[in-house]
Design a protein around this ligand. Sequence first.
Ligand SMILES: [Zn+2]
Length: 758
Amino acid sequence: MRRSVLALFVIGVFLIPANADWSEPKADAPLDGFSMPHARIEREWESKFRALPDPERQRQYMQLLSARPHHVGSAYDKQNAEWILSKFKEWGLDAKIETFKVLFPTPKRRLVELLEPTHYTAKLQEPAFAEDPTSNQKDEQLPTYNAYSRDGDVTAPLVYVNYGVPDDYDRLGRLGVSVKGAIVIARYGHSWRGIKPKVAAEHGAVGCLIYSDPKDDGYFGGDVFPKGAMRPDQGVQRGSVLDFASAYPGDPLTPDRGDPNAPHMTKDNAPSITKIPTLPISYGDAQPLLAALSGPLAPEEWRGGLPITYHVGPGISKVHLVIESNWDIKEVNDVIARIPGTGEPDQWVVRGNHHDAWVNGAEDPISGQMTLLEEARSFGELLKQGWKPKRTIIYCAWDGEEPMLLGSTAWAETHGRELQEHAAIYINSDGNDRGYLAMEGSHSLEHFMNEVARNIEDPESKLSVFERERLAGITEAKSDEERKELRQRPDLRMGALGSGSDYTTFIDHLGIASLNLYYQGEDDGGIYHSVYDDFYWYTHFSDTNFTYGVALSQTIGTAVMRMADADILPYQFTDLADTMQKYTKDLQKLLRDKQDESRERAEELKEGAFSAAFDPRKPTIAPPPEDIPPHLNFAPLENALDVLSKSAEHYKTAFDKAEASGFSASEAQMDALNQKLIHSERGLIDPAGLPRRPWYKHMIYAPGVYSGYAPKTMPGIREAIEQRHWQEADTEILRVAKVLENEAAIIDSAAADLGGFQ
Ligand SMILES: [Zn+2]
C-alpha cells in the first residue's frame, strides 16, 4: 500500500504545468499495432467506449450484488451468477454458466479457550452495527474461519511468532524458544496467511491461531469501523489457508482437470490441505491470550499495537483449540460471455474478475466485478452501433476465487488446450479503490500497458493515469537511481505476478500473457474478508462517487479493445529483455549478500562476538555456523540475455518499419505472425515445471513457496539460492537460459515475418 503518497502529491499538483493535463488522444496519433487508417478508426471507437461506463450503474450493481452474503455454495452466490448471466444476455452477449464440483469446507465446530494461567473463551463472532444495514445478516454469514484447515482438537502451550515467516523462527531459536508441541499465535501480514500454519507445522507446532494486530489494520492506522475505515476489535479476517504455492491452486481433490492421468485425491491425502488446525481471531480475542504469555520479551519489531507487554511465551500458558468442518462438495458457477471476432475469431482476448465473496464483499470482489460489468454493457452498446472487434472477446465472472481460485482454475484447466492455442492475453481485476493505477503482469505487455495508461484520465488530478503514477512514484522513490529511471525510462516498470487472484492458472500453468490491474493507494481499510466489507463501508470510506470504478472500466476496456482490434498484436519485447537483465542482476546480488552474511557470521563466531555480547539475564543463543555459498555460473543466463536483447531490438526495428509502411501484408502473413505472437509467452514455460511443484510451469514468474502471494522472479534459481540448494541453482540457471533462448528464437522468427511485409 502506498500510504505516504497523497500528502506529498498535493504539493506537487501546483508545480505541474497546465499543458500536462490529460486530453483525448489526437485522431491522427499512431497506435502500436495499427496501420494509420485503422488507428484512426480504433481511436474513434475507443473514445465512444470511454464515454459509456456509468458511476450510477456501478453503484447499483454493487448494492445489488453485495446485498446478502454470497460465498461458494450459498443461495445468493447462485442468484448473483444467474443475475450476471441475465445482464450479459440483456446486453446482447452470448453467455452461459459453466458449473464445476469442488471441495469446500465450512465450519461445524470452533473453540478457542485459554485454560491457564487464567480462563478466557474467545467470542469468535463479529457483532452487527446499527448504522450498517447488512452487518446483521447472521443466519447467512459464514462464521469466522480459515478454509481448508485440517480438523483437530489440541491443548498446548502458546507461543507468539510475530508474522510467522521463516526468519521469525530463526529469531525465536536465538531466544531459546521452541514451538515443538505448542500452539502458535501469529499476526496477519508480511506473507500470505497459509504460509503461517505451513511454517509452524514444519517447526513442530500442533495448532495455529492468526490474529489481526491493531498496529497493522486496526486503530493504529485510523478510526475503526463504523466511525472510520479500520478494523474494529471483534473484526476477523477470514481466508483460505490451502497450501497452493507448494502444490497447486484450485480444488484440492482434482490436481489438474486438464490431465486425464491426474490422480483423484481425498481430503486426507491432498497435499494442499494444512497439516495443523488453524483459526483466525480478532484482536479483541487475541489480547487476553497474548497477555497470558510470559517468557522472553518480544523483540521490538515484533510488538504490535495492543496495550500489553508483548512476550514470546510460552510460560505456563495453555490453550485449547478445536476445529471441525463440514467437508462438502459444492458447485461453483462461472459466468462466461463471448463476443465473437469478425476477422480472427480463433484469437481470443480473455477478461475476468470473481463474483463470490467471503461475506457481502462489496470491495472484494464487487468493486472489480462492477467495472467488468460496465465494460461488458458498453461493448454491447458499441456492437449495436456497428463496432466489429477483429478477435473474439471472452468475459468471465468467476465463482469460488476466495477459497482458492476454484472457478477460474477449473475452467482454465478444463479448456487448457484451447486456451494455449487461442488466448492472446488474460486481463484480471479483483477489486478497486481510489488512487494510482497498479499494473502487474507479463513484461511483453509492459509497453502496451504504458500506452493504455497514457490514454486514460485520472479522475482526481486530471492528468493521465500514467503521468500521475510516474510523478507520484518520484515523490516516494527510495534512491536517486529510482528517481532518474522514472524521469528517463519511457515506460513505467510493471510489477511481476505472484498469486492471489484468478490470473494464476492462466500465467503460471498455461503460459498465457496476463495482466492484473486496479487503482489503489489513497484509502486504507481494515475490513478485508470481514462482515464489514459491504456497501455501507465502500460508500463511506472508499471510491464513494465511483469515479475510479469508471476509470478502471475505461482502462481495462481500452486494453481489451486494443488487443481485440490490432492488425498486429501489440507485444513488445525490449521491456521484457530489460526486465530479465534486472532480475538476473538481482539474483547475482542475492547470492553476493548471502556470501557476505555467511562470511560475517563465521567471523563473528570465530572472534567470540556472540559470547562477548551475552547477557545472562536475557539469555540468547548464538546462530549456528553456515557454509559460505559457492560461486554460481551465471554465464549461460548472461549469454541467453544477450541473445534475447538482440532479438527484441531486431523485432522492434522490424515492427516500427512495418508499421510505418502500414502493415502492408496479406491476411495469411498477418495471421501467421499473430499466431507466433500469441504463442510467445508459451516460450517461457517448461512442461516439466518448477522443482517439487510441477503444476507451476512458468520459468520467470511464480508465487513464492514461503511468501505465497508475493512473486518470486526466475523462481527456480531464486528459491534454490534462498534455500541454499546450490546444485539445483546451477541446474535452474541452465533451464531459465534455455527458455530465454526459446523466447529469442520465437521473437526472431516473428521479426523475420515482419521483414517480409512490404
Ligand atoms: Zn478477491
